[in-house]
Design a protein around this ligand. Sequence first.
Ligand code: 5GP
Ligand code: MN
Length: 345
Amino acid sequence: MYYVVYSQIMTQKDVQEIKGILSEPKKIVIVHHKNADGDAIGSSMALNTYLNICGHKSNVISPNKFPDFLKWLDNKNEIAIFNNSDHQINLINNSDIIFTLDFNSLERCGDMKDLINKSKAIKILIDHHENPKNYADYLYSDTKISSTCEMIYHFIEKLGDNDKINSSIAEAIYTGIMTDTGSFKFSSTSSITHKVISDLLEKGADKTKIHNEIYDNNRIEKIKLLSFALNKIEIIPEYNTAFITLAQKDLNNFNFRKGDTEGIVNYGLSIKKIKFAAIFIEDKKENIIKISFRSKGNFDVNKFSGDTFNGGGHKNASGAISRDSLSSTIVNFKNALKKYKTELN
Ligand code: 5GP
Ligand code: MN
């Protein structure tokens, strides 16, 4: 089976060169963006397992802790969390290849940025976000593909190794496609996505197990936090907009853990007529407000996020960080909405 996918930048020549580079055992480091999601962890684990099967020495380093609901993907504890240790610095400095997955700019991998930038390793970017920065030697960037996980499938296929995709690689890839497409419903879900999923199932991915691990494995505090957040939804009818704010003290009341707020923003979009949903989450430790934006249809939240908060992402799902207080961030948000009145109606 071979699904040819239009790729913006990675040419047949690039594929042949990468094949050549990987024809001998290499020291490899895989990194993904800070605050990893299912696509970041899924793509890293899939690629790591594949490369190790091929005889390379591959390691995954995550910029910071990742949510508990993704831990099952790393059942052998292969993902290291970046701690700036000599061992990790040496791994990065002495690697032959660094794969950077699921982000378009080194800023997104936090404190690892400078180390990666300085490393002489060959850098290979695989990502589906818009406007990739120009730091990599090889760019496999395609904003039309549902997820970095789907791109990892195509990447392995381009290398002629579809038959090396075993059930654990298949489950890692399945997870990222499922989480990045809102369970196969976002417009980025193509007929090719479904063909890839079909092949992953044939290769042994257990879809019921994956669904249970990701969606039906919640702590009661997480569900109570969701209930609290839903009670706080505010609607701005003239802009068809819904938003939620969560202060640090609210999170503390529900014994917050990383990942607990994942997906809450989407509930705003499930309300009739709402085109634009946002969530603002205070993080007192980092002194930031983490913002997520989601939209339905043509409203471009990548642009809104970039113009208003210097953030980014995709047309219907984007994010940003604000260094103002929670209340000033909301004021800025409401002021920015005025500029988009026509587009939101
Ligand atoms: P989420 O809201 O789930 O954190 O992120 C949604 C999308 O926006 C993801 O594709 C993510 O990569 C992107 N994104 C999230 N936060 C930021 C940010 O601070 N800066 C940029 N440029 N993109 C972000
Ligand atoms: Mn992604």
